[in-house]
Design a protein around this ligand. Structure first.
Ligand code: IUR
Length: 447
């Protein structure tokens, strides 16, 4: 058998690893017989030399098989679906899409993540609802899918252990942004959910992992190819991520905005993403004869209230008291008696007259994370009530002194430097001409 230093050397020198060699590497990672420095060296070699398509497919399959692979009742054949997003600011699509798909008859075992870098995490958002338990065993997931149709949970201990180990090592060796490693990590988890169909929301722009559309498209093509190879119908959407999705950023605020959306009062950009991604999944499962019909079904499930009913049932199945879900789901939403509201709010004023031509999502997210909304603070604790509400829209004409942002914060108050940074996120031009750009740019279907 080839030794680990030989395997590392082969990749370091640009060689393609065989199936057997990749299997050996992943087995040694999983049973922890590899030295940590060897894992780091291999990750860096992969980051630098890349992998050919065959290697990436093998890597993904081996990571998937390092733990439990879920199985579903036969009568669910063709119904089990999920979506994955590469991360954004104010991205609450999952909270609306999972119940909307369930309302259309799909089974959605949505395994989500926590915030990463400046991007928010679906699990963190849901944990701002008192009682919501994201830790569910495979048997519990199956039971919730049987009774409700959707759940949003964290990765179980038994699922893809190799990814958990590799992900932690990537984080400390600056090897997160490697396409083969990203594909191996994302698709292995979806493969272990034994999905029939998967849609990927690959974002590009200033607040995304990939800043330009071409590199996002390359990643999307890779993910679609690897997902298809694992036997899932896989499609990808490329979507713009420069500003904020919807109007709210921050965990509790995003839950409120999701509930408003499920009551038919959601922002247009969020609805566009939800219907585009859901429409593709309904088409792939043959529940809709084309994408447009799929979009319409998702739209109706949200606007007609069926998705809200599923969200309420999902919350109860995942531990939230009925009394709480009734307050959240009632027509006028008694949100503040349930979701924690920050001690302090502050409105920021526009500094000049003109047209809003940009609101930088990355700047907002970075400052909010420093104020406690995300995981990047040293203590690592999240303050669910911290966030911001956008009070203006792109293209809107504003007057100097008009409020454009409501900041929700806890003591200590944001510093003058942080406020000035936030003010820099808003771009107002006197004779501004804002051109509305499509949010969803392109759909990649398997070849
Ligand atoms: N999410 C994942 O699950 N894996 C990754 O590598 C990235 C995001 I980047």
């Amino acid at each position: 058998m080839t030794s680990m230093p030989d395997l590392i050397r082969k990749k370091r020198d640009g060689g393609a690893l065989s199936e057997e060699e990749i299997r050996t590497f992943i087995r040694c990672v999983t049973d922890r017989t590899i030295e940590e420095c060897q894992t780091g060296a291999m990750l860096m070699a992969i980051w630098q030399k890349g992998m050919v398509q065959e290697e990436i497919k093998t890597l993904t399959r081996e990571i998937m098989s390092s733990g439990e692979v879920m199985s579903w009742p036969e009568e669910w054949a063709g119904l089990v679906v999920d979506k994955h997003s590469t991360g954004g600011v104010g991205d609450k699509v999952s909270l609306v899409l999972a119940p909307a798909l369930a309302a259309c008859g799909c089974k959605v075992p949505m395994i989500s993540g926590r915030g990463l870098g400046h991007t928010g995490g679906t699990l963190d958002k849901l944990e701002s609802i008192p009682g919501f338990n994201v830790r569910q065993s495979t048997a519990q997931i199956q039971e919730i899918l049987r009774s409700v149709g959707c759940c949003i949970v964290g990765q179980t201990e038994l699922l893809v252990p190799a990814d958990r180990i590799l992900y932690a090592r990537r984080d400390v060796t600056s090897t997160v942004d490697s396409p083969p490693l990203i594909a191996g990590s994302i698709i292995s988890k979806k493969g272990a959910e034994s999905l029939y169909a998967l849609v990927l929301d690959v974002k590009f722009g200033r607040a995304a992992l990939y800043k330009d559309m071409d590199s996002a498209r390359e990643l999307a093509q890779l993910l679609v190819g690897v997902g298809t190879d694992l036997g899932m119908r896989t499609a990808a959407v490329l979507s713009r991520m420069d500003t904020v999705i919807g109007r709210c950023v921050g965990n509790s605020l995003e839950v409120m905005e999701s509930l408003e959306t499920l009551k038919g009062k959601g922002p247009a950009d969020l609805m566009e993403l939800v219907t585009a991604l859901g429409g593709i999944l309904l088409q792939m499962t043959d529940m809709a004869s084309n994408e447009l019909e799929g979009r319409r079904k998702i739209f109706d499930a949200v606007i007609g209230g069926a998705a809200l009913g599923k969200f309420q049932a999902m919350m109860e199945a995942q531990g939230v008291a009925k009394e709480t879900t009734l307050k959240l789901c009632s027509a006028h939403g008694d949100y503040h008696s349930v979701l924690k509201r920050s001690q302090h709010q502050m409105e920021l004023e526009t500094l000049s007259d003109g047209v809003v031509v940009d609101v930088c999502g990355l700047t907002l997210a970075e400052i909010l994370n420093k104020l406690g909304a995300g995981r990047s603070r040293a203590e690592g604790l999240i303050n669910h009530s911290v966030g911001a509400e956008l009070l203006v829209s792109l293209g809107q004409r504003v007057r100097k002194g008009e409020f454009w942002l409501r900041l929700h914060y806890e003591a200590p108050a944001p510093s003058a430097e942080q406020i000035s940074h936030l003010q820099g996120a808003l771009v107002v031009e006197e004779r501004g001409n804002y051109v509305v750009e499509d949010l969803v740019i392109n759909v990649l279907l398997p070849k």
